[in-house]
Design a protein around this ligand. Structure first.
Ligand SMILES: Cc1ncc(COP(=O)(O)O)c(C=O)c1O
Length: 274
């Protein structure tokens, strides 16, 4: 395969390093393999149309990333483009309510069987943070079960074992909560129980020991942050059942799967959809 010319991207990344930590606004943009000479590097985009994207060096790519999912209809898809622009002509930020909130909420409720009400958030991080707060308030309990390799955003409460070391996941080594970054208080680790996904007996044992302390189990319905690992047959139903049994709130984080996997998202399968 010919080596890509990414000189302009490399120059921009060098410049970015002066003003942005690691030269990027998200760690996921550090590309270690595309820029073999000057690593790490980040590709700088010139434009994107439909399913294609061009970098500042003129290389054209088929864009399988699509903004990690939300651009599922392609870049600048005419109906989406027109709808966004027709709204922005009437002002973008009001700090007041707007009728569209009701319309969109009703549409989401009609599409996703598990949803009765909607609270909008600005990011996935915020959404999962609020969800676990509600779970704690509802159950009066504090601990949260999360799964190894699942990512739920950048707040301290769930930033554990998102990319565990290989040595941590081999053989019989039990799953453990390892913080994904410096700066996460050890006190928070006490509130997080990391489990191995698809391990039925492992979770059952944890619930027998700690069920009365656990407020929520949070999961991606399909493990999208480690390629795409499917739940074992019956696993999502099993999570639903044990949560009911132990008075635990089950949180499906559908930041990646929502409206993409199926109309009702990953959780829709529990209600016979998707
Ligand atoms: C499953 C999942 N949850 C939460 C998040 C965090 O979303 P955001 O980056 O909007 O905070 C992500 C981001 O990739 C995600 O994949």
């Amino acid at each position: 395969m010919p080596r890509l010319n990414v000189e302009k991207s490399m120059a921009l990344h060098k410049e970015a390093l002066k003003v942005l930590p690691a030269g990027v606004s998200s760690n996921a943009r550090l590309w270690r393999r595309v820029c073999p000479i000057y690593t790490p590097c980040s590709l700088f985009v010139e434009k994107a149309v439909g399913s294609h994207i061009w970098d500042v060096d003129g290389n054209e790519y088929v864009d399988y990333r699509l903004g990690y999912g939300p651009v599922i209809l392609g870049h600048s898809y005419p109906q989406v483009h027109d709808a966004v622009h027709s709204v922005d002509e009437r002002g973008l930020v009001y700090a007041f309510s707007h009728e569209l909130e009701i319309k969109v909420a009703k549409q989401i409720i009609s599409l996703v069987p598990s949803v009765q009400m909607v609270r909008f958030a600005n990011s996935g991080t915020e959404a999962t943070m609020h969800a676990i707060r509600v779970a704690r308030a509802y159950t009066g309990k504090e601990k949260i079960v999360k799964f190894e390799g699942h990512y739920h955003g950048a707040h301290d409460y769930l930033l554990f074992s998102t990319e565990p070391e290989f040595t941590d996941v081999q053989g019989d080594v039990p799953a453990r909560a390892s913080p994904a970054s410096l700066g996460i208080p050890t006190a928070i680790r006490e509130l997080v129980i990391v489990q191995r996904w698809n391990d039925f007996p492992g979770l059952e044992e944890t619930l027998r020991k700690h069920g009365d302390e656990i407020a929520a189990i949070i999961t991606e319905p399909v493990m999208g942050n480690s390629s795409a690992i499917m739940p074992e047959k019956g696993y999502l139903e099993f999570l639903r059942k044990v949560c009911d049994e132990y008075n635990i709130v089950l949180i499906f984080d559908e930041v990646k799967t929502g409206f993409r996997l199926a109309r009702g998202g990953g959780s829709g399968s529990l209600w016979g959809q998707g």
